[in-house]
Design a protein around this ligand. Structure first.
Ligand SMILES: [Cu+2]
Length: 147
């Protein structure tokens, strides 16, 4: 009597990834704001990245009477700004707050913003913890990183 043994070979497929480990939580880089005078308005720019889907719902700061999220759009030759109630952060995607696009508006500054100063701005999210930012006051955007 012959016995036929069937061997089953289990194939384990290892998935490999060549991407860097994903950052966790919310990260902000290249924050900056332009010099501005007390009583005027300022604008804060940065690059924000969230590992998970997230929503930026509010921004606060002591340096201005009000802090709003705005989006600049060009309508013909006219640059317009509208207020945003929230900014959606898609999982793993960067959102650029930059001149001509979304930005944080510091309305009615309580103090002068001078080049070399640093101000504090806090980002508030739907789910993620509050994120305080130290924002340098400078005349031009931070130089591009190599990436
Ligand atoms: Cu604005």
């Amino acid at each position: 009597m012959n016995r036929i043994l069937v061997f089953t070979l289990a194939i384990v497929v290892f998935s490999s990834s060549c991407t860097a480990p994903a950052a966790e939580g919310v990260e902000v880089r290249d924050a900056w704001t332009r010099p501005a005078a007390q009583g005027g308005n300022g604008a804060v720019y940065f690059v924000i990245h969230s590992a998970a889907a997230e929503e930026l719902i509010r921004v606060s700061s002591d340096v201005a009477e009000a802090v709003e999220m705005h989006e600049s759009t060009t309508n013909g030759d006219v640059m317009e700004m509208r207020q945003l109630q929230s900014v959606t952060l898609r999982a793993g995607k960067e959102v650029l707050f930059e001149p001509g696009g979304p930005h944080i508006m510091l309305v009615n500054l309580e103090q002068d913003l001078k080049a070399g100063d640093e101000i504090e701005v806090t980002l508030h999210f739907k789910n993620y913890q509050d994120l305080p930012l130290h924002v340098p006051v400078q005349d031009s955007p931070p130089s591009e990183h190599d990436h």
